[in-house]
Design a protein around this ligand. Structure first.
Ligand code: ADP
Ligand code: MG
Length: 707
């Protein structure tokens, strides 16, 4: 049977189980994902060409004869040596910042012929500059003049050979990857189906899908070089990006349509408890909070189910907005469920919910996987009977055996930590339930329109008043004393410290500080203060206990991995120390920093840099020092790291794209969105028959399954 795109990679010639499992680490499972693995860059291997046909970055291999050399000192006392070579077409400057083999190069004699092999650094009018080229001597002294072409007409121009460079997969070389892809494309020949509707293909004169893959993997190279190939910006690249965005947007538009179909009974009665609840609060709501609550209540009064996203920085008061909104639902006879991704966070929400709802005469239920059976059953009954107006929980909330009496509002905190199906599973527990999701991942407005186009968006930008700014300082290893001293001063004032490590234990592979390696020094330096240790390997109950003990000040210092990250609230903690800050994205650092300064005390955040930090890491810490605006940091994060990396992990809260860069590809995003909208309405008015094109149907069906 001929291979198809979804044929498992193990059927490809030369791919055994071992190689297959290596490829799986990069998400390569079938022929499709293999050919989606595009070259990181293309280099040109050039024999002898005209200068107009060469570009910086090309790899050339050429013969030339030695002309002379020249050394000069530069400011820091070092010497730069330039060897000059010449052949019939060019002058070459071979620049050495450090001489490799003194003896070797000093043997060069005038007119001696060598082979130079190097990437082109610079091309100027008179010469080509190479840095540290490979130089090979000829054994017999070839006479260069003999090879010199006589006239320009018969000067033979070799076709430039492009070479695709693939990102290596562990020890799997670019070469080997290239061969595998060649094999796959050969087997797939004439069997890659078209996936874009005709009107789109014609409008932009896009190349066919198979042609795209063949070009991008350099299987059919036309005579003329492909424009933009080397900058990953060719029409073939654009087609794949467009395709990815088009179907993404189609799904969003279909989802949006589904959303607008869900009719519900309007919740018109004004809430009696909201005024009372606001009375009970020791503070005033911020203007942003009030606005968002109003937007939500306006939605409740409509005959359509709400689908809304609240975007707000850490500590901006989203939870409270959710609670107040829930009162409107409750006073109209419905139940509300709030789901959080971790036990710690769910239990914290539960406590806050009890403080908030119980004085109003309401019952709060709690469901979690780690509960004992009687406890669990009791809460299940509260939810089922409708006695609990508000239910808080983890994933336990959307399990099959959970039934609500009358769920009218499903709230999901840290929505990106749940899958689409999980969110929907909770939402569908109520026949007429409104849907509210919350995220502390602030992203630029243009991006949220694209990514969350199926939701209405509310933004809380303003922070509650009275918060002191957090003094943020990046420190190199030799400056770590500063963090220790500030921490000590804070402890002596009775305040508490978070100390974050990337690892619990020493790792053989990564040379990183861990809780295990550093805790002895910390315990010794801060003698007399209590140190708690929190990490993901502890049982949920133990984690909760440690977190509670920290909150209740049984510990002064909490050493932790990033499990502490999500929404945990300890107002007396003033100092956040993050080891190996270079390993975290700006948004994640910002989230961690948001753990302190939650009360009215002055806060400190030290970003401890590891031994080997890149320029970009230093730049990033400087941005952290300057800004406390999550939306701004998200923008910078996107610029510096690329959207796929927003948090450094899959927890980014943003969908992952294979080909698209959400910052650089703004234009394509706009076109794709426009066309997707048109496509959806054409499909709905039946002007496009879907059954001609297998692939699009598959894509739509996949999505509509969840709707
Ligand atoms: P988020 O979920 O957005 O990170 P929370 O809702 O947990 O933030 O709020 C953080 C803290 O700020 C909580 O202790 C909360 O009680 C408090 N808070 C919320 N709104 C206000 C406000 N308007 N004024 C003062 N404090 C507030
Ligand atoms: Mg929160």
């Amino acid at each position: 049977m001929p291979a198809q795109l979804d044929t498992h990679i193990q059927y490809l010639k030369g791919v055994g189980p071992k190689l297959a499992s290596l490829l799986a680490l990069r998400g390569i499972k079938d022929y499709q994902s293999l050919i989606d693995y595009l070259p990181r860059k293309y280099i040109r291997v050039v024999q002898d060409l005209h200068k107009e046909e060469l570009f910086p970055g090309d790899l050339i291999e050429t013969q030339a004869y030695f002309v002379g050399k020249n050394s000069r000192r530069i400011s820091n006392g070092r010497t730069i040596t330039t060897f000059s070579f010449k052949n019939s077409n060019f002058n070459f400057k071979a620049v050495f910042f450090k001489l490799p083999f003194r003896g070797f190069l000093s043997q060069l004699e005038p007119a001696q012929t060598v082979t130079l092999k190097s990437k082109i650094k610079k091309i100027s009018l008179h010469s080509i500059e190479l840095h540290h080229p490979e130089i090979q001597f000829f054994s017999e002294q070839a006479e260069l003049e003999e090879q010199k072409p006589t006239t320009s007409e018969n000067q033979k121009v070799d076709k430039a050979d492009l070479m695709a460079i693939y990102p290596e997969i562990y020890n799997l070389s670019s070469d080997k990857i290239s061969k595998m892809i060649s094999g796959a494309l050969k087997e797939l020949e004439n069997s890659i189906p078209e996936t874009l509707p005709d009107f789109v293909m014609n409008q932009y004169k896009l190349p066919g899908l198979e042609a795209c893959y063949r070009h991008l993997h350099l299987k059919d190279l036309p005579e003329n070089p492909v424009k933009g190939l080397q900058t990953n910006n060719s029409i073939f690249h654009k087609r794949l990006k467009y395709e990815e965005l088009f179907w993404f947007q189609v799904r969003i538009f279909l989802q949006k349509k589904l959303n607008t179909k869900k009719k519900v009974t309007p919740l018109l009665r004004a809430s009696k408890r909201i005024p009372a609840a606001l009375e009970n609060l020791p503070f005033q709501l911020t203007q942003d909070q009030q606005n968002v609550i109003q937007e939500i209540i306006d939605d409740f009064k409509k005959p359509l189910a709400m689908h809304r996203l609240i975007q707000g920085d850490v500590g901006s008061g989203k939870t409270l907005v959710a609670f107040v909104s829930a009162l409107h639902v409750i006073d109209n006879g419905g139940q509300t469920a709030l789901m959080a991704p971790t036990e710690i966070l769910a239990e914290q929400h539960y406590k806050k919910a009890k403080e908030f709802f119980e004085p109003l005469g309401l019952t709060v239920a709690f469901l979690s996987g780690s509960q004992k059976k009687p406890e669990y059953d009791k809460n299940l009954a509260l939810i089922y009977s409708g006695k609990a107006a508000f239910a808080v929980g983890t994933h336990a909330l959307f399990q099959k055996n959970v039934f609500f009496n009358c769920l009218k509002l499903a709230i999901i905190d840290e929505q990106h930590r749940f899958g689409v199906k999980q969110r929907e599973a909770l939402h569908s527990k109520g026949k007429e339930a409104h849907f509210l999701v919350m995220t502390a991942t602030p992203i630029p407005r243009t991006l949220s329109m694209t990514l969350y186009g199926d939701l209405d968006i509310s933004i809380i930008r303003e922070k509650p008043p009275g918060r002191m700014p957090i003094l943020t300082k990046a420190l190199f290893q030799k400056e770590k004393k500063r963090a220790f001293e500030t921490a000590l001063e804070e402890l002596q004032k009775g305040h508490q410290i978070y100390w974050i490590f990337p690892l619990i234990e020493e790792s053989e592979k990564l040379e990183l500080k861990s809780i295990e390696t550093e805790s002895p020094e910390i315990i010794k330096f801060f003698k007399g203060f209590n140190v708690g240790i929190l990490h993901g390997k502890l049982k949920a109950v133990d984690k909760e206990k440690i977190m509670l003990d920290f909150r209740d000040k049984k510990y002064d210092i909490l050493l932790s991995t990033t499990v502490v990250e999500v929404g945990v609230d300890v107002p007396n903690a003033t100092t956040m120390i993050i080891e190996h800050a270079e390993r975290f994205g700006l948004s994640q650092l910002h989230q961690l920093r948001g753990r302190v300064g939650r009360g009215t005390l002055e806060g400190f955040c030290f970003l401890m840099l590891g031994k080997e930090v890149s320029q970009v890491s230093i730049q990033r810490s400087q941005i952290m020092e300057k800004s406390d605006d999550g939306f701004y940091l998200a923008e910078e994060d996107l610029k510096l790291r690329g959207a796929g990396d927003l948090y450094g992990t899959k927890q980014s809260g943003l969908p992952e794209f294979k080909f698209v860069n959400l910052i650089e590809d703004q234009k394509i995003i706009e076109f794709a969105r426009k066309d997707a909208e048109k496509f959806v309405s054409l499909v709905q008015s039946k002007r496009i028959k879907l059954n001609q094109e297998l692939e699009p149907i598959k894509k739509i069906k996949m999505w509509s399954l969840i709707g």
